[in-house]
Write a new protein. Sequence first.
Length: 82
Amino acid sequence: MNTIHLDVSELEPPEPYRMAVELLAALPHESILNMVHRKEPYPLYQTAAEMGFDHKTIHLPDGIVKILFWHKNNSQAAQLYS
């Protein structure tokens, strides 16, 4: 399984949203998008779901938020991250 990393923790809105949607639109079925952000991107969750993605949010001790996105029908990712 291929992981694509996207660190938007120092970008201002709407760049994190725009970049994530662009990557999700082109994300191969077997890949995962690993996004690092300084806060939860709530609007992105709804957009990603509408695009056919599931996600898992992990709050790290340093305040950073890590979000993993994968295609809803990617059973391997679902088993690992759900």
